[in-house]
Design a binder for this molecule. Sequence first.
Ligand SMILES: O=C1O[C@H](COP(=O)(O)O)[C@@H](O)[C@H](O)[C@H]1O
Length: 256
Amino acid sequence: MHTPSAPILTSFSNPEELVDSLARFILKAQRESIEKKGKFTIAFSGGSLPAQLEGLIGRPGVKWDKWQVFYADERIVPLDHEDSNHHLCTSVLFSKVPIPHANIHPIDYALASDPEELADAYEKELIREFAQKDSARFPVFDLILLGVGPDGHTASLFPGHELLSEEDRWVAEIVDSPKPPKERITLTYPVINHAARVAFVLSGANKAETLREVLDNPEAGLPASRVRPISPGQVYWFVDDAAAEKVQYPKTPFKL
Ligand SMILES: O=C1O[C@H](COP(=O)(O)O)[C@@H](O)[C@H](O)[C@H]1O
């Protein structure tokens, strides 16, 4: 009944085409969400992802005032620190578009000395946006944008980590991240897998082996393989040809 749909993989031969198609995809998701609910809820990752979003800058039709932006994961560092995903997204995208400040939801760094409290506070921020936790078991993001590290981690869900089996919390802290900085928060699988859409964005030959393992060998259970939104949710992969070099998984031409 709630069997996840198969991931949709699209590979692009040039970077401009990837960036433009991703922006068009996001715009369509935004349009559908605003038509239904009058707003667009989206979660951003850090790493290499924000640079792929430049197709949104200056694009007609983006209703920035309707966006509610959260982070799929965040490093527990000051918001203007070079390791902060919020800082990265702000410098690459948010500072260049007319998004109201109040529509962006960063972590509360004042709680940094207690990562669990910080994660709980971020969960409360989500509850305020999405409804009471009791009435809505998990929030349904309109779109979650994810990257994948070479080890197959996504958001701050790392291979072999106990957080991979979190079933209850919306947001969890991690204090032993194998990739620095050690202290972070992350959306959990129940949240990611309740999203209406999840889009992975991946580029470069250094991700080719990871993509092969994630899509051709999901039984290995790498964190990115476990992202399978329940129906009618859908997971999309936007990759370049270099990243797609080794994968056997069938590719689908891009269409909106
Ligand atoms: O640490 C992180 O890594 C992942 C992957 O980063 P990438 O640079 O290999 O794309 C990223 O998606 C996540 O948000 C970040 O905190």
